[in-house]
Write a protein that binds this ligand. Structure first.
Ligand SMILES: Cc1ncc(COP(=O)(O)O)c(C=O)c1O
Length: 353
C-alpha cells in the first residue's frame, strides 16, 4: 500500500459510533431529539429535478443566519457543518510546529485536526468542579499560541464561561486566532457576539445541527470579520454544502419559534431529569447545553451496556480525563426523559453479576 503523509499515518482519528442508532432513544450525540420544524420537510419535498441537477446556489443563506444574530451577511460564512469550519480553521491557520491551545476534556475533533497539521497541542485540564482553568489559560495565551479553541459551553463538561471573560482573554491575545465554539449557545443564551466582531482575532462557530435539528444535513456557520472569513473559505471546495441542506436551512431559520419552543422544553426536561437522577442517588454535573454528565453508582460500562439493551443510547466518557467514570446524557423532551428514567430504572434494577 502507498503510505499516506506521516501525519495521517500517525493520526488517532475522531471516530464516533454512528450506525444503527435510529430505532433507539438517541441520548448520545446531543442532537435535537424531535427533529426540525415540519416546514423543513415541506421545503425539501418541493425541490425539483433542477435543484438536484444543478450545482447549489447559496444566495441568502448567510444573510438568513446573520439576520438571526443582527449581523450583516459579510460577517457570516456557511460550512458543511461546524466540523468543516473547524477543519478550515486548521487548514488555513494551523502552521506545522506552532502551538494549538485548548482545554481538556473538550470536543474530540479539534485534536486530530491539529495533529494533521503537525501542530503541538497544549490542552489545559478543567479545574475543581470542572471549572474553566482561567489563570492557566490566560498565562498560556500570554505565550502567543497560533490558535486557541474554547468551547462555550464546553462539550462534554457543560462548563460555561461568561462572554465578558472570553472577550477579555481574546483582547489580551491579538496575535492568536481565538476560536469560540458556541455550538450549544442557543441553550444558554451566552454568546461573545456581536462584541467579538470588533476584534480581528476571533472566530465564532455556530450550527444548525443541535437546536434546529438539522444534524443529518450538515449546516454550520463561522462568524467573524470578513477578512478572516475570506481566509477560511479559501480552503474549502466551492460546493461543499448541498442544495437540500440549503433549502432546509433557509426554512428552519424562518421558523425560529419552533427552535425557541424546543429550547424551552429542553430546559424544563433538564431540570426535571437532574432532580430525578439525584433523588436516585446518582451524581450529576449539569451546566450549559442540552446534556449533563452522570456518574452512575454502578460500573459505567455495565450501565451503558444495560441502557443499550433497553433501547437507550448514552455516550460513555470512558478514557476521557477527569470524567472517565461518567456518561454524557443528552436531554430531549420531557416525555422522552420520563421514558429514559423508566428504562434507566429497569436497566439497573438487577445488580451487575
Ligand atoms: C462542541 C462541538 N463543536 C462542533 C460540533 C460539530 O457540529 P456540526 O454538527 O455542526 O458539524 C459538535 C458536534 O457534536 C460539538 O459538540
Amino acid at each position: 500500500m502507498i503510505r499516506a503523509k506521516p501525519a495521517v499515518e500517525a493520526l488517532d482519528p475522531y471516530r464516533a459510533p454512528l450506525e444503527g442508532r435510529r430505532s433507539k432513544l438517541r441520548l448520545d450525540f446531543n442532537e435535537n431529539t424531535l427533529g426540525p420544524s415540519p416546514r423543513v420537510l415541506q421545503a425539501i419535498s418541493k425541490l425539483g429535478t433542477t435543484d438536484i441537477a444543478a450545482y447549489p446556489e447559496y444566495a441568502g443563506l448567510a444573510a438568513a443566519y446573520a439576520g438571526e444574530l443582527g449581523l450583516t451577511a459579510a460577517q457570516v460564512a456557511a460550512f458543511n457543518g461546524v466540523d468543516a469550519a473547524i477543519r478550515a480553521v486548521f487548514d488555513a491557520f494551523g502552521d506545522a510546529g506552532a502551538t494549538f491551545l485548548t482545554t481538556m476534556p473538550t470536543f474530540g475533533y479539534y485534536r486530530p485536526c491539529a495533529d494533521l497539521q503537525g501542530m503541538c497541542t497544549h490542552a489545559i485540564p478543567y479545574g475543581e468542579g470542572l471549572a474553566f482553568p482561567s489563570e492557566a489559560f490566560a498565562s498560556a495565551l500570554a505565550g502567543t499560541p497560533r490558535l486557541a479553541f474554547i468551547c462555550n459551553p464546553n462539550n462534554p463538561t457543560g462548563t460555561l464561561i461568561p462572554a465578558g471573560e472570553l472577550l477579555s482573554l481574546a483582547r489580551r491575545a491579538p496575535e492568536t486566532l481565538v476560536v469560540v465554539d458556541e455550538l450549544y449557545a442557543d441553550y444558554t443564551g451566552v454568546s461573545v457576539l456581536p462584541e467579538a466582531l470588533a476584534l480581528s482575532n476571533v472566530v465564532v462557530l455556530r450550527s444548525l445541527s443541535k437546536s434546529y435539528g438539522l444534524a443529518g444535513l450538515r449546516i454550520g456557520f463561522a462568524v467573524a470579520p470578513p477578512e478572516l472569513l475570506d481566509r477560511l473559505t479559501r480552503v474549502v471546495g466551492p460546493y461543499d454544502i448541498n442544495s437540500v441542506a440549503v433549502a432546509a436551512a433557509r426554512e428552519a431559520l424562518a421558523d425560529r419559534d419552533y427552535r425557541d419552543k424546543y429550547v424551552q422544553e429542553v430546559a424544563a426536561a433538564k431540570a426535571w431529569t437532574v432532580k430525578a437522577l439525584r433523588e436516585r442517588g446518582q451524581r450529576v454535573h449539569a451546566d450549559g447545553g442540552n446534556y449533563v454528565l452522570v456518574w452512575p453508582d454502578r460500573p459505567l460500562s455495565w450501565v451503558v451496556a444495560r441502557l443499550a439493551e433497553h433501547g437507550v443510547l448514552v455516550r460513555s466518557m470512558e478514557g476521557k480525563p477527569l470524567i472517565g467514570d461518567s456518561f454524557r446524557l443528552t436531554i430531549g423532551t420531557c416525555e422522552q426523559m420520563a421514558e429514559f428514567l423508566t428504562r434507566f430504572d429497569s436497566a439497573i434494577a438487577e445488580p451487575p453479576s
